[in-house]
Design a protein around this ligand. Sequence first.
Ligand code: NAD
Length: 391
Amino acid sequence: MTLKAEKSHAKGPARLRLGMVGGGVTAFIGAVHRIASRIDDRFVLVAGALDNDPQRGRDFALSIGIEADRAYDSYQEMIKAEALRPDKVDAIAIVTPNFLHFPVAKTALEAGFHVICEKPMTTTLEDARALAEIVKRTGKKLFLTHTYTGYPMVRQAREMVADGAIGALRRVQVEYAQDWLAAPEEDPEAAGANWRNDPKKAGQGGAIGDIGTHAYNLAAFVAAEEPSHLLAELTALVPGRQVDDDAMVLMRYASGAKGTLWASQVAAGNGNNLSLRIYGATGGLEWWQEKPEELWYTPLGEPRRLLLRNGAGATEAAVSGSRIPAAHPEGYLEAFANLYKDAADVLSGNQQQTLVPDAADGVSGLVFVTACLESASNNGTWVSLDALRNG
Ligand code: NAD
């Protein structure tokens, strides 16, 4: 694959050119993408349509070093103009509210750009399937930024499960609890809260789409197995809310394993309390996002062991996802940077395989949300995920 890459200096490493849609001055995750893309110095942000308010977007773009002729009013204008440039961007990061992921990704892929897209990939399963087809047809890459797959100890857990460290899968317990949407009236300054409670912008799923998809992806990433059936109860615990803010899901796996997923954005005292506990016939693994450097491993009948990032017993995936020795803390930004580093390796032709989720994982996420919505609207019946996957 030939890519237009810039040289940072005469003999420096080739950097990929990045464009960004969303991530304006008031936004949350756009800034994280910008930092993460720079940590390993593999990307340079050169273009952006950063805001739904064009003037505010242009002003902010200039303030973060984007040249005036590449600070665009809209994603349509950006993609059209960039496609004509000899130094066009290589990839476009999509960090807008959910309903824009599909149209922006479609336009970008069809214009010949790779895409780094926020989750959930789309707001409907139909769009997710269509986007996966566009990825196939265009031959361009789509990286889906399920952040937690970037953590070294999550990658280590995946490797250990694959290597038989816990034996045959029996039980998956995944929880993602937050409290930032617990108040009846969202803070008008919290821009990210407003669209999340609007089904036209977020999709029909609330917490289940926003953080349930992260929890589902994390469990699937580590277990390398997805459930065949689920039963869901989705509730808006804050009166008047249009989408769920609390979700309980039971899962059955074809192997006979069982799972439970809880996602809540109204659980007072929880910041970003994502945890995965996974048990097999001969052992168990436990990981908490708020203590991301630690992985607890218990071989059945032996004492619990604390494995540390880049410490004794670290596996290849955990070592390659680390930058500094154990006990110098790494965290969220470095995990996010691993997604960008892996994407850069793939786009530069240095690496074929990547642990970064892709369009197929995006479809899986929408299969999950759709099954939850179907189950919940039928008063909690069991729904076949396999039927939706094949549908
Ligand atoms: P946000 O509301 O804080 O920011 C959204 C940004 O998009 C704003 O700057 C807004 O002006 C801009 N925008 C809206 N419409 C636009 C348009 N037409 N053109 C250009 N820009 C436009 O939202 P957020 O919390 O940053 O979330 C953005 C996305 O990231 C969502 O899909 C969300 O699910 C996802 N997200 C992912 C993670 C993660 O851990 N991977 C964390 C938070 C959010």
